[in-house]
Structure formats: structure tokens, C-alpha cells
Write a protein that binds this ligand. Structure first.
Ligand code: PLP
Length: 416
């Protein structure tokens, strides 16, 4: 039998003090290593021993608290990271997955049975859109795509078999802000669960504090921040995490999307600097947004009043972490976007690559890359321009220098 050092249960959302401070919640956890190490020991064992057969049988019935059975189910290193993520979100517990898509698909497949129905924002990450639009058909799970700002259309879409209302706090790539409290209110008293992907805005938005039932993450992005792995997380009630890890019926236990404990230990260390990184990403993105504004570029940044969701974002966000590191500019056509991105890479603005939350600036044409799974007519309906260049602004020390490089590309291509 193996027992772990676990910190006392942090407060759950109902006991939370008024201002949720995700950084202090993480910082106050004490996870010691085996010999008093300041980092918890890494448990790289797939399986665990039991001193008695009775204990093993009890563990399989979920009746051996503190025991670990098998790492597809739970692993001590994953437990440390899960507890830290739960503290950050103010949820009772979390579970860590091998990718963001694993977190999303595990959650949805746990909540829905054949014949059920999901309502989702039409603007989501392209992989999520493809899963909802193409993959769930094989389980006869029906999906209604809505403009997440159009609350009437959401209300009208609700059916007796609706099980999930799905959105992203800040949508990919349109950078809309979801009104999480209003969405939660809309489904109050029903069986519908509000699932929110908070990948773009960790610490800035706390979806569970605003009424979401389940928060999912691609930790590949800001949370890990190093672009050296893919990873994901599900933050939810203890009941939901127990459900997904149930040995007989749990989607996580049975489909096996668990995160490798070595990777978990890496994410855990990076989580300790997330608050500072988010502040710097936000500061740099705001700087560029103001420069794009000044230059008269058609830009999207929810941190400025020009954005239609600015007021809402002001109400929902944690003011300590800014408005996030994601910004987009519209160059109208893919033909205009392509040489701009190539030139920016050549001149050292950052990398022409998908993904986000890296310490270097990354940029890509969303319609042709991370949203290419969304058919062109739907891209058009949602207002996604073929020339939309999305930036994940890095941790650049001299952001004025970065702006000068971007500006030189715009000027030399005659876009300014
Ligand atoms: N959610 C969002 C908002 C994303 O941008 C992505 C990936 O780009 C994912 C989920 C999927 O994450 P992963 O690539 O870790 O599976």
C-alpha cells in the first residue's frame, strides 16, 4: 500500500472567499518530496503494491482512500498536479490528461449517452469543432452550434435531452468573451452541465467561480508555457472526477487518456510561474494592441473598448492578470496574410506556428490552420476572415523592438 502526502483539502467554490486568488491558492500548497525535497517526488511506477489482498479488493471498489492502484487510474505525481489545478480553479478536484483534446472528449463522453444533445459555441478550437461536428455522429449525439453571444438562440436550442452547454471563456480564434454567469443562470435547475474551455485565459478568468460546472484546459498552452509537450486537465467536483475514473464506467479509466507522471511533474513546476507569465503576456499584448490601433490596423483585442465584449470582460476577469496574450489582426485575404507571416518569421518577430502560450510570439492564419476543420461557409457565417492572423504574444523583454519588426513587415508589404 502506498500513501501520499496530500495537503488538506483546499476550500471548495462555495467556501471561497470573495476574491479568488488563483496564484496564492497554488502557492499555499505544500507538496514535499520524499526526502524533504521542495519539489514532490516523481512516481514513475505504473502499478502499486498492496500488503494484503483485502486492501487490493477494497481499492478496486473505491474503498481504500490514500491507496494507488494503477497509474491509468491515479498516480501520486498526477495527484499533486491535479490538486494544484483544483486550487487554481477553486474546484474540489481535477484530473490530468495526455492532451487538451483528451480532457474535452473525456468530459463530453462522460456527460453524454447515445441520443443526447449538446449546445456549443460555433467558435471553438478547430479540433473541438471537428469532434462535435464529425465524430459524435457515430454515437448519435446531436450538436447545435450557436453564436454564444446570442442567448435567445441558446434558450431556443435547449431540448429535453440536452446534457451539455459548451463554450470557451475566450473563444478561438474570434476572441469573443462568453458570459459565463448568464449561461450558468440559463441552465440553472436543469440537468445541463456548463463546460468551459479556459485554455486562453488561465487565472484571468475563473470559470468555476462564475458558475461553470466543469473547466477544461489544454495545458499544452499557457499553463505549461514551454511548448515541450501536449497535456490537458479537467477541473470539476470530486463526484465528477470519481465518475470519470470509476473502474467500471469511467471514461478516463476506460479510454485511458491519462497524462504521463514525468510530464505532470514538469507542468507542476511551470504552474508556479504561471501568474507572472500571464501578466507579461497580457502586458505585451496590450502594448501591441495599442500600436495596431494607433497604426489603424483592423485588430481584435478584448482588452480595449473597441472590442464588443470589453465591458463584459471587465466584469468577469481577475484584474491582477490583464486581458490575456491573444490578439488578432485582419489582413482580409489569405494571400495577404501569407507573405506577412513569412516575413515576420524571417525578421525574428517569432515563429510561424500554430498553438499559443509559448514564451516566443507565435502567429498563424486561423482559417487556414487551427480552424481549418471548420467548413469555409461556417467560417464566413461566424465572421472569420480568411486573412485573420492570430498572435500569441510572447514574453518579449523589449516589446517596442517587436513592434518595430512587425511594423517594418506591414510597411514593406504596403499594408500600412
Ligand atoms: N482548446 C483550445 C482552446 C485550443 O486552442 C486547443 C489546441 O490548440 C485545444 C483545446 C486542444 O489542445 P491539445 O492540442 O493540447 O489537445
Amino acid at each position: 500500500m502506498l500513501l501520499i502526502f496530500v495537503t488538506p483539502n483546499h476550500k471548495n467554490s462555495k467556501q471561497m472567499s470573495k476574491k479568488h486568488d488563483p496564484a496564492s491558492a497554488i502557492q499555499s500548497l505544500k507538496h514535499f518530496g520524499e526526502f524533504g525535497g521542495v519539489n514532490p517526488s516523481i512516481t514513475d511506477s505504473a502499478t502499486f503494491t498492496f500488503m494484503t489482498e483485502d486492501e487490493m479488493i477494497n481499492a478496486f471498489h473505491g474503498e481504500a482512500p490514500g491507496c494507488f492502484l494503477y497509474s491509468r487510474h491515479w498516480n501520486p505525481t498526477n495527484r499533486y498536479l491535479s490538486e494544484s489545478l483544483a486550487a487554481m480553479e477553486g474546484t474540489e478536484l481535477a484530473w490530468v490528461t495526455g492532451s487538451g483534446m483528451a480532457a474535452i472528449t473525456t468530459t463530453l463522453l462522460q456527460l453524454c449517452n447515445t441520443g443526447d444533445h449538446i449546445i456549443t459555441s460555433v467558435t471553438t478550437y478547430g479540433g473541438t469543432f471537428a469532434f462535435l461536428n464529425n465524430y459524435l455522429k457515430k454515437f448519435n449525439i446531436d450538436v447545435t452550434f450557436v453564436n454564444i453571444e446570442d442567448h435567445d438562440s441558446i434558450r431556443k436550442a435547449i431540448r429535453p435531452n440536452t446534457k451539455v452547454l459548451y463554450t470557451e471563456s475566450m473563444t478561438n480564434p474570434m476572441l469573443q468573451i462568453s458570459d459565463i454567469p448568464a449561461l450558468a443562470e440559463m441552465i440553472k435547475g436543469t440537468d445541463i452541465k456548463l463546460v468551459v474551455d479556459n485554455t486562453f485565459t488561465p487565472m484571468i478568468i475563473a470559470p468555476a467561480q462564475l458558475g461553470a460546472d466543469i473547466v477544461v484546459y489544454s495545458m499544452t498552452k499557457f499553463i505549461n508555457g514551454k511548448n515541450d509537450m501536449v497535456a490537458g486537465a479537467i477541473c470539476a467536483s470530486e463526484q465528477f472526477i470519481n465518475d470519470i475514473s470509476d473502474v467500471n464506467t469511467g471514461t478516463a479509466m476506460l479510454l485511458g487518456p491519462v497524462l504521463d507522471p514525468l510530464r505532470s511533474s514538469m507542468v507542476l513546476k511551470n504552474l508556479g510561474t504561471l501568474h507572472i507569465r500571464m501578466q507579461k503576456h497580457s502586458e505585451n499584448a496590450m502594448y501591441l494592441a495599442l500600436k495596431f490601433k494607433e497604426a489603424g490596423t483592423n485588430f481584435k483585442y478584448p482588452g480595449l473598448p473597441e472590442h464588443k465584449n470589453f465591458e463584459l470582460f471587465e466584469q468577469l476577469r481577475n484584474k491582477d492578470f490583464g486581458y490575456g496574450g491573444m490578439i488578432a489582426i485582419d489582413l482580409e485575404t489569405a494571400e495577404r496574410a501569407a507573405p506577412f507571416m513569412e516575413l515576420m518569421q524571417e525578421r525574428g518577430v517569432g515563429y510561424h506556428a500554430v498553438s499559443l502560450g509559448y514564451f516566443k510570439t507565435l502567429f498563424s492564419n486561423s482559417g487556414k490552420s487551427t480552424s481549418s476543420e471548420v467548413p469555409e461557409h461556417i467560417q464566413e457565417e461566424m465572421g472569420l476572415s480568411q486573412g485573420l492572423v492570430r498572435f500569441s504574444v510572447g514574453l518579449d523583454h523589449d516589446i517596442e523592438r517587436t513592434w518595430q519588426l512587425i511594423k517594418s513587415c506591414l510597411v514593406d508589404l504596403n499594408y500600412l
